[in-house]
Design a protein around this ligand. Structure first.
Ligand SMILES: [Zn+2]
Length: 424
């Protein structure tokens, strides 16, 4: 299969007219346009080619921080007060909608009763369409700590170890631990330190031993530093960064996944839409500082990945554009923010076969009508979405009669990626 004459935005570069050749699930060649003739009756070999002149192609977007089981309603905790099978059916629809929105990979950072493991399995087996999911199982939090209503409470290093091991036993790709309080849990403060450095270290060590990823919900300054010193790979939120925290992140190569969209959406919809007052108040208190921390970290050269905390109030799973826009608000160029949401996020997940469209990489690709670098809104309406070389979505009526056929349900997925495959 060939995509011809496309404008390619990939790995921080723009190439104006290139052709991509895809063989099975992977990119076989990226060449300047003109080396292939157009499809025609005289060129039957080109019947599987598609002329995308005037369109833009980007790698599939990656969201480092979602909650597939949370409903993005006004009170996600209340949304979990439903039978688990009903919650899973909703989550399955979300995973498909995310794929159709061009988000081909997402890391769930806090599931519900391990049901997301079955969803991941169904998607990997290929009979349920959806974005590629990495999962964390239950978040580990202290007794009464942030997220206790859907996580696992652990106190002391032994319990941190035990439940990290249990998450891994249940199929987790990542261990997520709560280093501080947060916005979405009543009665805790984002500034409060929660799990101790020793508890974080104990849980993360189990992840390192099993070659799994690590993430820490960390908003207050001392909790952020505890998590970085404990060796975490991604700091989630990072609201109250100071110079020392930024320096530590630079020394350790820690990634920041800021989730700026989460407080922004809570503030935008607010109590009028039924968001609990405590969430709105806390979000208002942190928003400005949050954006400043992001800017400071970016300017200092911290690795910036892209996570939105989708599933929190009015923070839709299908919308990564708001987060990307806010990263631009925080000082990135549109090209830098797109690179964060593709290449850098793949690096943070230790999935080197994703995030760019170079030869040999998996063909997760999104075709857009127009130029996202001049108008990020273009990202909201993909024309075509490919996952591992298979066309999973085309916008109705977008390419006329010559438009390619969608992959059929039941098409097996050939590649099952797990971060541990790439540890050495
Ligand atoms: Zn979250």
């Amino acid at each position: 299969m060939k995509l011809l004459n496309v404008r390619l935005i990939d790995a921080g570069e723009v190439k104006d007219r290139v052709d991509l050749e895809i063989e099975d699930s992977r990119i076989k060649a990226v060449t300047p346009s003109g080396e292939h003739a157009s499809a025609s009756a005289e060129n039957p070999d080109m019947a599987d080619s598609l002329d995308l002149a005037g369109k833009t192609l980007i790698p599939g977007l990656i969201n480092l921080h979602i909650h597939i089981m949370l409903d993005a309603g006004n009170n996600p905790e209340a949304g979990l007060n439903q039978p688990v099978p009903y919650i899973v059916l909703q989550a399955a629809r979300r995973a498909q909608a995310m794929l159709e929105a061009g988000i081909t990979t997402a890391r769930d950072l806090g599931g519900f009763e391990f049901a997301e493991m079955s969803l991941k399995r169904a998607i990997n087996e290929g009979w349920l369409p959806g974005c590629r999911l990495l999962t964390s199982g239950k978040v580990l939090t202290m007794t009464g700590g942030h997220g206790h209503f859907f996580g696992q409470e652990v106190d002391g290093e032994d319990e941190a170890r035990k439940y990290a091991r249990y998450n891994i036993k249940m199929g987790a790709d990542c261990i997520k631990m709560m280093a501080t309080g947060g916005v979405m849990t009543a009665g805790v403060d984002p500034n409060n330190t929660q799990l101790s450095e020793a508890e974080l270290q104990a849980g993360f060590q189990e992840a390192f031993n099993a070659a799994k990823l690590t993430a820490s919900h960390a908003q207050g300054t001392s909790g952020i530093k505890n998590a970085v010193r404990a060796g975490v790979r991604t700091i989630e939120h990072g609201i109250f960064l100071d110079d020392e925290a930024i320096q530590l992140m630079l020394e350790r190569g820690t990634y920041l996944s800021a989730t700026l969209a989460a407080p922004r959406m809570i503030i935008a919809f607010g109590e009028a839409a039924g968001v609990p007052k405590f969430m709105v108040d806390k979000s208002r208190r942190v928003m400005e500082r949050h954006l400043k921390s992001f800017s400071d970290a970016f300017k200092a050269g911290v690795n910036i990945a892209c996570g939105s905390d989708a599933g929190t109030p009015f923070n839709s799973h299908t919308d990564l554009t708001t987060e990307i826009e806010m990263m631009v608000e925080g000082g990135m160029t549109a090209l830098q923010a797109l690179t964060a949401a593709t290449r850098t996020s793949a690096e943070a997940l230790m999935l080197p076969e994703l995030g760019t469209l170079a030869n040999g990489k998996l063909a997760d690709m999104v075709a857009l009508d127009g130029d996202p670098l001049s108008d990020l809104q273009t990202l909201r309406q993909p024309l075509l979405v490919y996952k591992e070389g298979k066309l999973m979505f085309k916008r109705p009526g977008s390419l006329g009669d010559s438009s390619p056929k969608l992959a059929q349900p039941g098409t097996p997925v050939t590649e099952h990626l797990h971060p541990q495959d790439h540890f050495c």
